[in-house]
Design a protein around this ligand. Structure first.
Ligand code: MN
Length: 482
């Protein structure tokens, strides 16, 4: 299980008795966290009493592959120069928990011993200074550690830390290159690896075709059984569906063999495939595999990372492409989809498997899943390469039921309303340089993305009900500053 280390700060100024109490309280808190925090094991490290213990603790945090992050707290005053060298070695997400072992002040009995032992108000400020002084990105969570709100915030940090750990180990395979002439889906792969850990490498589609051609009828039968257990078979063209089943079996093998958690393809380079991978890609995304069409390795990787972040939470997360609008004044809506590959995670209705013409790509009619999209509050997130830095854009949106049936639309679809309204929301996205490929989520919030951005050193632009005309003007102006 993922591990979160807990490091408590003190010093030897207050005597042995005080340090014993610090260790005892820290142990009690650790046990409480283990009872109340999900999907993580909290492990207490020795109390930091000097520079040496701090270096030892934070080296352990940085070198343990099972560790996703560290939570620190100053039970007493812990002079922050003792923390400098340890913090210089820290390479994991950092949470500064600003709390106390006691909830209430013992007004009747409080004396100087109590004051010396329980002085986070004092020690955590000293510590906060050194984090600020050293420009170390971190999250502060303030409040009594047993309060539900505090636990919830720690839980969110854990989700983001888990996603960052996943990101640092993520390998992305590209079949073919970026779609010809398309700008926003391209990016600096070297920088992606430096900043996010994504190992983005090219694979010949011919090597995948070799695996496809070796898939057995029995393996296809098994995949077909998976499809029919999950989806409604609307088509009678079963051979076309079996072709997709074969692609998915081969893709699963290929991804596993090369340790890939995400992949991208391009319809301009699919030699040896009769269909575009539609259903196959849709079903794989339902298993947390990142996918980017048209060579978009960034959205493939980002979608895998955000699916990891939302693991265990209610709601859906998945890739989408902005497509077309209903511009009825005051009631503007967006219809988002993709030419095939809308992830099954975004389905509200039971998906139907159908085989229909595509009208692009010059291949045989591909099997795909068709469904109506999720509803409720959510976010839309994209990442663009600005040349000298990456930028995340996160817009609050409201997923809505499609106002009318669309019987002739041969793809899965999602509809949403922009915030604060269509004019400001979409103009802000355009000014920010937002892509037409993004990740949608009803499981994540702006708060999660802001934390992810901070901990990975990424610029983020947020759009929502708090975005105004004045923000728009500022965004428009900033964008043209060199
Ligand atoms: Mn696209």
């Amino acid at each position: 299980m993922d591990k979160l280390y807990f490091v408590v700060g003190s010093q030897d100024l207050y005597g042995e008795e005080c340090l014993k109490n610090v260790a005892k309280d820290a142990q009690e808190m650790t046990e409480f966290f283990n009872q109340h925090l999900k999907n993580v094991k909290v492990e207490l490290l020795p109390t930091v009493v000097d520079s040496k213990t701090c270096i030892e603790d934070l080296r352990k945090v940085s070198c343990d592959d099972e560790c996703i992050g560290v939570m620190t707290w100053m039970h007493t005053f812990s002079p922050a120069k003792m923390w400098i060298k340890g913090l210089q070695e820290l390479r994991k997400p950092l949470l500064h928990l600003h709390t106390q072992a006691n909830e209430k002040l013992p007004y009747d009995t409080i004396d100087m011993d109590f004051m010396n032992l329980n002085q986070a108000a004092h020690g955590d400020r000293e510590y906060g200074f050194i984090l600020a002084r050293m420009r170390i990105a971190h999250q502060v969570v303030a409040g009594y550690y047993k309060h539900a709100k505090v636990l919830e915030k720690i839980g969110k940090f854990i989700d983001v830390a888990r996603a960052i750990n996943f990101s640092k180990h993520l390998k992305v395979g590209s079949f073919g290159n970026n779609m010809r002439e398309v700008a926003v889906t391209d990016g600096d792969r070297v920088e992606s690896q430096i900043q996010y850990g994504w190992e983005c490498n090219y694979f010949a589609v011919g090597d995948l075709v070799k695996v496809i051609n070796e898939v057995t009828e029995a393996e296809i039968d098994e995949k077909m059984a998976e499809y029919t257990s999950k989806y409604t078979m609307k088509t009678t063209r079963i051979d076309s569906v079996r072709e997709q089943a074969k692609y998915e079996v081969a893709l699963e093998k290929f991804l596993k063999k090369n340790d890939l958690g995400a992949f991208a393809d391009t319809f301009q380079d699919l030699y040896g495939l009769k269909q575009l991978p539609g259903l196959a890609a849709q079903n794989l995304m339902g298993k947390g595999i990142g996918f980017g069409p048209e060579g978009d390795y960034k959205i493939s990787a980002l979608s895998a990372v955000l699916m990891k972040m939302s693991e265990g939470r209610p709601g859906a997360t998945g890739f989408i492409e902005d497509y077309t609008y209903d511009l009825t004044e005051g009631e503007e809506l967006e219809l988002a989809a993709h030419m095939l590959e809308v992830p099954v995670t975004l389905a509200k209705t039971k998906p139907e498997i159908d085989v229909l013409p595509l009208g692009i790509g010059g291949k045989e009619d591909p099997a795909r899943l068709i469904f109506d999209g999720i509803e409720g509050d959510g976010i839309q997130v994209t990442m663009v390469d600005m040349g000298d830095h990456y930028r995340l854009i996160c817009a609050d949106i409201e997923f809505v039921k499609q106002p009318k049936p669309m019987p002739n639309l041969p793809v899965a679809r999602v509809m949403y309303r922009h915030k604060p309204n269509f004019n400001i929301g979409t103009a802000a996205w355009c000014y920010a340089g937002g892509a037409h490929h993004s990740v949608l989520s009803t499981a994540l919030t702006r708060e999660d993305l802001v934390l992810f951005a901070r901990l990975t050193g990424t610029e983020i632009i947020c759009i929502g009900d708090d975005t105004t005309e004045a923000d728009l003007q500022k965004l428009a102006w900033d964008k043209y500053q060199k």
